[in-house]
Write a protein that binds this ligand. Structure first.
Ligand code: PEP
Ligand code: MN
Length: 334
């Protein structure tokens, strides 16, 4: 239930109503825009008599939220959420490019790639220090050593960092080093991790689970926001279908769908979404044309030597080419 206040409703009347609603047993989330104030009610709203609330002189109307996600819904929060990462804005109609290797492999590898992607115009450096791998025998990441290297790359390039936290136990450690915490596809429904992420104020990059519906994905975002962290960036990274030529099926229809349903920014990962480096540029262009707020792209200076995801990693020169195409597309759109 969303209570829409009349424009110009006095602050003290809004606070009074908030207290009343809280005393009836629900949690009230206030969304204050320039010309409007909305009170989003979550929790048990059964004891609320709608006609009583509507009788309040300062209430314009009551909307029933038809979706199970509330705080993530655009109905509750009509304006786009803009996430601030070290002064860089995500979701403000500009295009944010996150780029870097799948995994941090060594100092030389990370610093080489970091400088190259920065030169090409990337805004944020990606690189996994804790890697979710299908096989327990595969490289699991450099862990804290990798986080230290990411910090060094940030010091040298000024680029903020995005890296994955795989579990509750290592969340705080990762949080000490990074500017955005990635919650990977495999963990999209790790509710303990989502709650932990919600308790921090660090921006969270929430990837879509490989078999998750858009509703399930937004419910996962709801977990984070319900704990108080509104800095959520969604990431479409492809879903599993019967198609075998591509690693995943990149669901670009999720971009306009999310824009309708939610106020959260959404970026696209064409690297995991296709699994093939040759498809990364065309799908990046399509993602930006579809309205995405940015891209996250795997880049490696020697993809044939990459420990993970070499087949989907762009060489730096192809990444630079992609950046030029993206600038052209966004100029056309603006
Ligand atoms: C990654 O970004 O390297 C990764 C493992 O992504 P996903 O969780 O989307 O598979
Ligand atoms: Mn990867």
């Amino acid at each position: 239930m969303v209570v829409v206040m009349k424009p110009g409703a006095p602050k003290e009347m809004i606070v009074k109503l908030e207290k009343k609603l809280e005393s009836l047993g629900c949690i009230v989330h206030k969304s204050q825009g320039q010309d409007y104030c909305l009170l989003g009610l979550v929790g048990d709203t059964r004891s609320i008599d709608q006609s009583q609330i509507e009788a309040n002189n300062y209430v314009e109307k009551i909307l029933q939220v038809e979706y199970p996600f509330k705080l993530a819904s655009r109905m509750f929060h009509p304006e786009n959420t803009v996430v601030d990462v070290c002064g860089h804005k995500i979701g403000d109609n500009s295009i944010t490019i996150m780029a870097g290797p799948c995994a941090v492999e060594s100092e030389e590898q990370l610093l080489t790639i970091a400088h190259l992607v920065q030169k090409a115009g990337a805004h944020i450096l990606r690189g996994g220090a804790f890697k979710p791998r299908t096989s327990p025998y595969s490289f699991q990441g450099m862990e804290e050593e990798g986080l230290k290297l990411l910090r060094k790359a940030k010091e040298q390039t000024g680029m903020p960092i995005v890296t994955e936290a795989m579990c509750v136990e290592t969340f705080d450690l990762v949080n000490e080093y990074t500017d955005i915490i990635q919650i990977g596809a495999r963990n999209m429904q790790n509710y303990a991790l989502l709650k932990k992420a919600g308790k921090s104020r660090t921006p969270i990059l929430l990837k879509r689970g490989m078999s998750a519906t858009i509703e399930e994905w937004l419910m996962s975002a709801e977990y984070i926001i319900a704990e108080g962290n509104t800095n959520v960036i969604l990431c479409e990274r492809g879903i599993r279908t019967f198609e075998k030529y591509t690693r995943n099926t990149l669901d670009l229809s999720a971009v306009p769908m999310i824009k309708e349903l939610s106020h959260l920014p959404i970026i696209v990962d064409p690297s995991h979404g296709t699994g093939k480096w040759s498809m990364v540029e065309p799908m990046s262009k399509a993602a930006v044309a579809a309205g995405a707020d940015g891209l996250i792209i795997e880049v490696h200076h020697q993809p044939e030597m990459a420990i993970s995801d070499g087949a989907q990693s762009l060489k730096p020169e192809n990444f630079a080419k992609l950046m030029t195409s993206i600038h052209k597309i966004s100029a056309l759109l603006s």
